[in-house]
Design a protein around this ligand. Structure first.
Ligand SMILES: *[C@@H]1O[C@H](CO)[C@@H](O)[C@H](O)[C@H]1NC(C)=O
Ligand SMILES: *[C@@H]1O[C@H](CO)[C@@H](O)[C@H](O)[C@H]1NC(C)=O
Ligand SMILES: *[C@@H]1O[C@H](CO)[C@@H](O)[C@H](O)[C@H]1NC(C)=O
Length: 597
């Protein structure tokens, strides 16, 4: 039995933490009515952290890709890499059990979502948050008992051409919570989709970490009328050796080809994708990747999927009410628990809502005024005297193509290069405007490209002087989905160093980073391009460039929130949204003010 004295002591600590927490919440302007949510959040985070160390171990064990060819990391880089990998830890299947049969895997058709209603506050207002619970079930209709499924959700109103992406929280017991900020009034409908079951993701994880050979690359070596085609990759098995080392001297980015039998290494002529490996799955595993059955299938509502949002009730939301006293107490208790556990608490990756569509146009939530650049004169006016350098994959080439189609005065140079790969150059001498596109360095899953056209973005950036009139846009993700995340981290690290150097010598230079986006996963596309690969990379990308003076174009949310189907190359309205976002960064003074909240 504890004495009264001890209880008094405990109580005063509780009250002290309560006051601190209250002040903290007020200071950061947290909406008090959401404390139910924040309590859940903290309990969730805490229960995750207890399993963190266990997962850390599994990560360290698989750090095995091409150890004989990888360059050693500095201590600082290794620490960062570990931190990044920890931040994207994805729930694993329960260990020890036999591989589940299809019947025991997540079935979107049997699963349901439920809009969470509150007796205390039966209506929704603009400025509130909508919460949706999802219960996943297997093909027999049994509730799932573990998490790790990939779900995407959006809230939308066709009538207002409005949409916003939901934030999905995995409770790791078959239940998921999705939260949506309520940003417009009127009726709004919830859409939830299961992209992959957790069982499918376990397979994808194995492929990503152990089968980087599932996309093959080749180079032709040529001299006179002799030519040999050899296999190439960021790393190659030691057999059948020997190898040619094409590692980039400046960045240290690895690239190797098997040495041709007759020719020497310096006769490498071109680079191309050599095909996809097809022996990737067992028969059982194949069942986890069925279109229309368990890849990108909608989950239905248990009852209603639509709510009505009322105009915001200003002034009532920010003070603690009697009903929240109970949650206040829980909050204090959670805080006390967290003080104890605080040192272990991981940084959960949270992708805050970056914007939403309303009346068909994107409204960023980070305070950047969004402009509309609907015609050539608006774009030309913004880009007068500017040099715009676009680097990256075909999702960046889309921006170049958009500009080309919108600007009739732009003179496009034909540089005699492959039609899809560039590089591309266009100028408008009247307005002193230059547009340049170049694809990033290997690995590129492309048709043949000359070896001497293989350039790493970091080196290209080092070749730019930069200025107030220089704009750099980067999009690098789609060709990395078949490789372990470490490879992507390494590439981004090189690019980040080059961005830091550029911003150091020319602080006025604008650097815009386009994130990844979900895509159509027809047939076997998941095995090479799954949204799960892209999402994990995307979180790394955002984390690595956070805090730098760069701007993001959130292609991920722009696609999730939009009514157009997911597509590797988003359709034109979304490309316009992305380009408008970039132009708004270049010409903020031209932008109209944000409407909405
Ligand atoms: C390949 O070349 C790079 C840079 O010259 C070097 O650092 C690396 O050790 C070489 N790799 C092998 C396996 O020899
Ligand atoms: C641009 O086009 C959109 C969609 O058609 C329209 O809503 C908007 O008013 C236009 N903005 C300007 C500045 O012309
Ligand atoms: C473009 O540069 C020229 C020459 O420096 C200058 O006269 C002009 O005002 C600039 N125009 C814009 C829109 O920045």
């Amino acid at each position: 039995m504890m004495s009264l004295k001890v209880w008094k002591y405990v109580l005063s600590i509780l009250i002290l933490f309560g006051i601190i927490s209250l002040l903290y919440n007020i200071a950061i302007g947290k909406n008090w009515n959401y404390n139910t949510v924040s309590v859940l959040d903290e309990v969730q985070t805490w229960s995750r952290s207890s399993r963190l160390s266990e997962r850390l171990l599994t990560f360290q064990q698989y750090h095995t890709y091409c150890p004989h060819l990888a360059k050693p990391l500095s201590l600082e880089d290794e620490v960062e890499e570990r931190k990044l990998l920890n931040s994207i830890i994805w729930p694993q299947l329960p260990s020890g059990s036999a591989p589940p049969s299809l019947l025991q895997t997540s079935d979107p058709v049997h699963s349901r979502f439920t809009i969470v209603t509150s007796k205390i506050k039966p209506s929704w207002y603009v400025g509130d948050q909508l919460e949706v619970q999802i219960q996943l079930r297997d093909f027999k209709g049994q509730p799932k008992r573990y998490g790790g499924d990939l779900l995407l959700a959006r809230l939308h109103s066709p009538k207002y051409e409005a949409g916003v992406a939901g934030q999905v929280l995995d409770h790791e017991n078959g239940l998921y919570t999705v939260r949506f900020p309520l940003l417009w009034e009127g009726s709004a409908q919830v859409d939830v989709m299961m992209v992959h079951s957790s069982e499918a993701i376990a397979v994808l994880r194995r492929l990503r970490d152990h089968r980087l050979d599932r996309v093959r690359f080749t180079s032709t070596f040529r001299q006179g009328d002799q030519s040999e085609k050899m296999m190439c990759h960021i790393c190659l098995p030691p057999e059948p050796g020997p190898i040619c080392n094409f590692t980039d001297v400046r960045t240290g980015e690895p690239w190797y080809c098997y040495k041709p039998k007759m020719l020497s290494c310096d006769t490498r002529y071109n680079h191309a994708m050599g095909g996809y490996a097809i022996d990737l799955l067992t028969d059982e595993e194949t069942l986890l990747f069925q279109n229309g059955k368990n890849v990108k299938v909608p989950i239905q509502a248990s009852t209603m999927d639509t709510i009505n949002v009322l105009p915001s009730s200003k002034g009532t939301a920010n003070l603690p009410t009697d009903t929240s006293a109970f949650y206040f107490l829980i909050h204090i208790i959670v805080l006390v628990i967290n003080v104890d556990k605080g040192s272990q608490k991981p940084d959960p990756v949270k992708l805050a809502t970056s914007g939403y569509y309303y009346q068909g146009s994107w409204r960023p939530l980070d305070g950047v005024p969004m402009g509309q650049f609907n015609d050539s004169s608006a774009i030309t006016q913004c880009l007068t005297n500017k040099s715009v350098y676009l680097y990256g994959d075909s999702t960046m080439r889309q921006w170049y193509e958009y500009f080309s189609s919108m600007l009739p005065d732009l003179k496009k140079f034909y540089l005699g290069k492959p039609i899809k790969l560039g590089p591309f150059l266009a100028v408008d001498t009247k307005h002193n405007m230059l547009l340049w596109y170049r694809i990033h360095g290997p690995p590129m899953r492309t048709q043949w490209v000359m070896s001497n056209d293989l350039r790493y973005i970091a080196n290209e950036l080092d070749g730019l002087t930069g200025s107030r009139d220089t704009v750099v846009a980067l999009s690098i993700w789609a060709h990395f989905t078949t490789l372990p995340v470490e490879v992507y981290i390494n590439r981004l690290r090189d690019i980040r160093k080059a961005v830091v150097r550029l911003l150091n010598r020319a602080p006025g230079t604008l650097v815009v980073i386009r994130t990844a986006n979900p895509q159509s996963l027809e047939q076997d596309v998941s095995l090479y391009n799954s949204d799960w690969f892209s999402l994990q990379q995307d979180m790394v990308l955002r984390a690595m460039f956070k805090g730098l003076n760069v701007r993001f174009v959130d292609a991920w949310q722009m696609v999730v929130a939009h009514h157009e189907p997911h597509n590797l190359h988003p359709l034109r309205p979304i490309v316009k949204t992305m380009v408008d976002m970039m132009l708004s960064y270049i010409c903020p003074h031209r932008s109209s003010n944000n409407v909405g909240i």
